[in-house]
Ligand binder design. Structure first.
Ligand code: G6P
Length: 601
């Protein structure tokens, strides 16, 4: 297999269809489910009467109300793009036609050596019409076709010359789809009852229509026609038997279930994702707990919200299990690579299991033979495959780009794991059961929403919002900050209460608002002091806690939880972000400029 030299990933979604229904309609549906991967532009190619027709447009596929005016067809290939290479134009949108229009190709990834390849192809007389690296793949295949009559062989030869992480899929005039993977995800879905095939970037996009899925591995190629689908190793050409896995029905639930936005629906699913953890077999937790006890040090690593979850998981391991655990942010973990040893253990919480920054850390940790554990929501992800301990969140799809229920699931899992390490699993299960129940009640109560809407109305008027926390609530207010920023496009700043007097206190004055989360724990009096210090300078304090504490100008009451109070505090912060975003008229489920699951390095 060619090596992965760099973990740059371009967010994009690929969706291929072969079946009895109208391909363009099925592809529009599939691409809508893949839209979280990119929503700059999209394109669809369909094969009918020995001809390929391609339509491309700038803008999100979600804006396409009904099937397009493409010819009726039973095979097609679609792509939704998040441009980083070549501007957002109709011309740069995928799929890209071959010169003779015998095939059209889409890519998820980047061809890192595309400049060199393009130069060679120029010299051979090939011309280019787009600004994309993907067109280089098309021309390279055309060049390889001059040496062989087999398109499959030409694709294999061309693919072997690409460097970087990329997955490609092409469709021919006869409705044959060829796809190859190296890095970016690729999954085949199959419905055995009607023989329909799907070739996609994730399981979510076809989950309702299939009874089995096959995760294509790096270095594998898929060839699919109306009558058959086969898999082979790209280097050796050896055929690989495809073992289909069952697709969980939870991954079919991709509708708003009556909620106005996915974000609100997913916040309401917080209690369920905690309940899902309670049903998971103890054995896997026990096995990982043993490995953690043997480890020299644990590094919990994630990006964005998952990076904050990683820090909270490390906190729980330190506090409840006395484990030397540190939280790392994926993009900034490089300086630790030299220190990874076979006695270390990496824990990676990740919704997608495909985040480039985190995959890079894992790959380096694997080189050092460290033990890898992951907690992922998307089945069959790269991260799960690289893990010695692959846990699944089983939280159902999270569609809103702002992560909510997955964060709750990740930190609740971290708590349960830490307590398992401390031989107190039964106690943790009880606490989590109560938490899930109380959280459900809290979310159902109309007063919860009434109050948080009012507080959101106050907060949106501010240019800056401060949040303050300590100990178990420090990462929680940091996550609140992330949600506030994503939801409002305004500035928010999380302060470590203990550090307040060292710098942030200079900003405290009349008109400033500080949102705090407070538990009756060992740092309770420190938090009270910090609250008084900001109040003494004229700031207004909004406090999230079970009991109203002296000094809170506005109290947001939440159910009383013991060790899991910090997890409870996340919910009002998420709801505040939601109601602020709504008040401001922002795009709640797709905040500007951020992508859901895979970042570009
Ligand atoms: C992006 C998303 C975050 C997410 C992060 C990591 O930045 O906007 O919500 O936490 O990626 O994604 P992962 O799939 O690894 O959880």
């Amino acid at each position: 297999m060619r090596t992965i030299t760099n973990l740059k990933i371009y967010m994009c979604g690929i969706f291929g269809y072969i079946g009895d229904s109208n391909a363009s309609e099925m592809i529009v549906r599939g691409l809508k489910r893949l839209e979280y991967r990119g929503y700059d532009s999209w394109g669809i190619a369909v094969a009918a009467k020995h001809t390929l027709t391609v339509v491309k447009q700038v803008g999100p596929i979600g804006d396409v109300e009904k099937a397009l005016t493409l010819p009726s067809s039973h095979a097609g290939l679609g792509h939704t793009r998040w441009a980083t290479h070549g501007r957002v134009t109709q011309r740069n949108a995928h799929p890209h036609f071959s010169t003779d229009k015998s095939f059209a190709l889409a890519q998820n990834g980047i061809v890192e050596n595309y400049k060199e390849l393009q130069k060679q192809l120029f010299q051979l007389g090939y011309t280019f019409h787009t600004e994309t690296d993907t067109e280089v793949i098309v021309r390279l295949i055309e060049y390889e076709q001059t040496k062989t009559t087999s398109l499959l062989d030409a694709v294999k030869q061309a693919f072997k010359q690409l460097s970087g992480r990329n997955t490609i899929a092409l469709i021919t005039t006869e409705g044959e789809i060829i796809a190859a993977r190296n890095g970016s995800p690729l999954v085949v879905g199959r419905n055995t009852k009607n023989g329909t095939l799907y070739i996609s970037s994730d399981t979510l996009s076809f989950a309702p229509y299939v009874d089995g899925m096959y995760m294509v591995d790096n270095g594998q190629l898929i060839r699919a026609t109306k009558s058959e689908v086969s898999c082979q190793d790209i280097q050796t050409g050896k055929s690989i038997s495809m073992h289909y896995e069952h697709v969980s029905t939870r991954h079919s639930e991709v509708d708003k279930a009556g909620y106005e936005h996915y974000m609100l629906k997913e916040i309401h699913e917080n209690p369920q994702v905690i309940a899902a953890l309670l049903k998971q077999p103890a054995k896997e937790y026990e096995r990982l707990a043993q490995a953690i006890k043997r480890a020299r040090r644990v590094y919990a690593v994630g990006s964005g919200t998952a990076g904050i979850a990683a820090a909270q998981i490390a906190f729980y391991l330190r506090e409840y299990a006395h484990i030397d655990a540190v939280g790392l942010v994926g993009a900034d973990a490089k300086e630790y690579y030299d220190y990874f040893t076979p006695d270390d253990l990496i824990i990676a919480p990740s919704q997608s299991g495909e985040t480039a920054d985190v995959l890079e850390v894992i790959e380096h940790a694997r080189i050092k033979k460290a033990v890898i554990a992951s907690f992922v929501n998307m089945p069959g992800s790269m991260m799960s495959r690289l893990s010695d301990f692959a846990f699944m969140a089983q939280a159902g799809p999270e569609i809103c780009v702002m992560s909510t229920k997955i964060f709750v699931s990740q930190i609740a899992w971290g708590y349960l794991l830490a307590k398992t390490v401390a031989n107190k699993r039964t106690d943790a299960l009880k606490q989590l059961e109560k938490l899930s129940h109380d959280m459900g009640d809290y979310l159902q109560k109309p007063e919860t929403h009434k109050q948080l809407k009012e507080v959101a109305r106050i907060l949106v008027k501010k240019h800056d919002i401060f949040l303050m926390g300590k100990y178990q609530n420090l990462q929680i207010v940091r996550e609140g900050m992330v949600k506030f920023i994503e939801g409002t496009y305004k500035h928010a700043h999380a302060i470590a209460a203990g550090d307040l007097k060292h710098y942030a206190i200079t900003l405290m004055e009349k008109g400033v608002i500080v949102v705090t989360a407070l538990s009756r724990d060992s740092v309770y009096s420190d938090m009270m002091n910090a609250m008084h210090e900001v109040k003494a300078r004229g700031a207004t304090v909004i406090g999230i806690s079970a009991d109203k504490e002296e000094g809170m100008d506005i109290h947001i009451p939440v159910p009383k939880e013991a060790e899991t109070s910090a997890i409870m505090h996340v919910v009002p912060l998420q709801l505040l972000a939601y109601y602020m975003a709504k008040k401001l008229g922002n795009n709640i489920d797709r905040p500007r400029n951020i992508a859901k699951s895979v970042t570009v390095k």
